[in-house]
Design a protein around this ligand. Structure first.
Ligand SMILES: NC(=O)c1ccc[n+]([C@@H]2O[C@H](COP(=O)([O-])OP(=O)(O)OC[C@H]3O[C@@H](n4cnc5c(N)ncnc54)[C@H](OP(=O)(O)O)[C@@H]3O)[C@@H](O)[C@H]2O)c1
Length: 308
């Protein structure tokens, strides 16, 4: 498994993360098998969130991890807070961040989180409150590293003005089909295409400039949770090229789609959401593949993008 040393963050972190959003669909025994499979494949990083099935994903992970007998120090456990669907609000207040972390620790049956991310912007967040919360959590030994998710450039800048701890991750949607993160760079200032629209204030370049590692969520999905594009007949050209390149390297199509993300020089991680051990095995084959410059573009174009 490819690993990355995150600047001012976790070392030897696997390039592929297991996302636990769909874990409530599994029994504790099945979840334990999923975790064991991940670790055997070299995946040592697990992503969760307080809002995934109202805490059930954290709970299931915690029960399964405890049952697995895997040593706590051998894995990197990350969760996210701030999306309070039960209250119909997003909440980055100090009070909510602190109580969310306590709930997550309890559900996941762990003494500390390796990483805490703020999940999606609270429209009325006060950076001073975030700073106080992070300070308290770090001092109490409850959280080691901090980051954000779905947060654009100027909000990261605003946080960094007040928060002492480095923001080491930004978790963002990115896949061959949902590639807005990179598309706009091709069409700067162009009035003739949607691809020119600046949707995120240059978040990718900002993250690279400030050593913030991007974690790509839903790396195999099209649209907003519409389904997996691999082997979907609506994406014939993409699947043809995925298959052709997969054959060359002797790996499945899903591995090629993930290798496309890992090939980006920003050194992103990809968060696989599968809850099928065989699918995860396929996906992890990505680690064996280093796409050529030309193959990377072939895939980009096969996903329906075009060059100016
Ligand atoms: N920060 C955020 O706002 C945010 C938002 C969404 C997600 N996330 C994180 O990202 C993780 C991944 O998200 P995701 O689950 O949407 O990502 P994904 O890995 O792109 O999609 C997973 C889906 O693809 C299917 N799949 C995988 N391999 C397949 C194959 N070979 N054939 C057919 N279907 C296949 C899976 O089904 P099987 O289980 O049957 O394989 C599952 O339904 C989540 O768990 C969560 O941790 C973060």
């Amino acid at each position: 498994m490819k690993t990355i040393n995150v600047v001012q963050g976790p070392q030897n972190a696997s390039a592929i993360i297991l996302g636990c959003m769909r874990m409530p669909a599994l029994s504790v025994d099945q979840a334990e098998k999923m975790i064991h499979t991940a670790v055997e494949l070299g995946v040592n990083f697990f992503d969760n969130a307080t809002c995934y099935t109202a805490g059930e994903a954290e709970e299931r992970f915690g029960d399964a991890f405890r049952q697995s007998g895997i040593r706590r120090e051998d894995v990197i456990i990350q969760t996210k807070c701030g999306l309070c669907f039960d209250r119909n609000e997003f909440d980055w207040t100090k009070e909510n961040i602190l109580s969310s972390v306590d709930d997550s620790l309890r559900r996941m049956k762990t003494e500390y989180l390796d990483v805490l991310l703020l999940h999606r912007p609270d429209l009325i967040f006060e950076p001073e409150q975030v700073a106080e919360a992070f300070e308290t959590l770090e001092k109490a030994g409850k959280v080691r590293y901090f980051g954000v998710s779905n947060v654009p450039t100027l909000q990261m800048e605003l946080l960094r003005k007040f928060v002492r701890q480095p923001l080491v991750f930004n978790q963002l949607q990115f896949s061959l089909e949902q590639s807005q993160l990179i598309d706009q760079a091709l069409y700067l200032n162009n009035k003739t295409t949607e691809m020119a629209v600046d949707r995120d204030q240059g978040t990718l370049d900002y993250c690279r400039l400030h050593d913030i590692t991007i974690q790509a969520w839903s790396p195999l999905q099209y649209g907003f949770f519409k389904g997996c594009f691999v082997d979907d007949p609506n994406f014939p050209e993409l699947n043809r090229v995925l298959g052709e390149i997969g054959e060359k390297y002797g790996v499945p199509k899903t591995a090629v789609a993930i290798a496309w993300i890992l090939r980006h020089p920003a050194k992103m991680q990809a968060i696989a959401g599968t809850m099928n051990p065989d699918h995860l095995r396929d996906i992890c084959e990505a680690s064996r593949v280093e796409l050529t410059h030309h193959e990377w573009y072939q895939l980009y174009l096969a996903a329906g993008k075009y060059l100016p």
